[in-house]
Design a protein around this ligand. Sequence first.
Ligand code: ATR
Length: 271
Amino acid sequence: TELYAVLGNPIAQSKSPYIHGEFAKQTLQDISYQAIQPPVDQFESTLRTFIKQGAKGANVTAPFKEQAFTLCDELSELAKLAGAVNTLSFTVTGKIIGDNTDGVGLVNDLQIQFGSLAGKRILLVGAGGAARGCILPLLQSNISKLVICNRTYSKAKQLALLFNDFGNVCAENINTLNDEFDIVINSTSAGLSGELAPLPESVIGKNTMCYDMTYGKKLTLFNHWAQSVGAIKTADGLGMLVGQAAKSFSIWRGVMPDPQIIMTTIRQQMT
Ligand code: ATR
């Protein structure tokens, strides 16, 4: 049995142990997958203890993704640009390899929910860690353009500059946006405190599809707003969550599980 875990604080609500347990059954892999809650100031020591126990890999979630990035001996291209990692692999020689599968999880789920991204004009709302991790995979999906907007414009501008060499990306001021988009993605944490990013209704046209990276049992606040102003379709981030897990699992185990099989069960389990 090979050992894996997710490290985050808090971690009790994490669905990762269930998801990876199901993936292991599906693909006949002999793994054990725990949930670990390091004290906020003891991520590194907790991680090193886990590695000493013979662990093969770990997922990292809030608030440790940026710190995990700094501890890696090697990083994938995606992780380098994301500036954060959610997937660690531990080699036999004791190295920590970091990857970021959030963006791939998002793009795969967008394609499942909304179809091909080719030629799409995409608005990314928010410029924090969640947004940054997804920009490169979006730019690599043959989209027409990516516009980043954020409550704090300067952060959107910085991100657009950082990814300028990788595709058609720019920042716009959230208050002066006046284009319509094919897809609008909410990456902000506004909804978690019952708030909405101040987007103008004009970004939503009659064929606009909206994706909220957060998820819940009920329709998310952002998706509720999107539907009320006429979005043709909405989806929440549960598929992204399961998709990033599937990609992590395939990095560790060399076999890609099917994320769709467990989606219905996970949604039913949500409280
Ligand atoms: P994460 O890792 O979830 O992206 P983060 O790096 O703290 O977390 O980023 C949070 C994002 O949500 C930011 O884009 C933030 O906007 P600011 O850069 O202006 O702070 C956005 N956000 C959080 N609360 C918000 C609110 N009430 N309204 C609009 N945007 C909000």
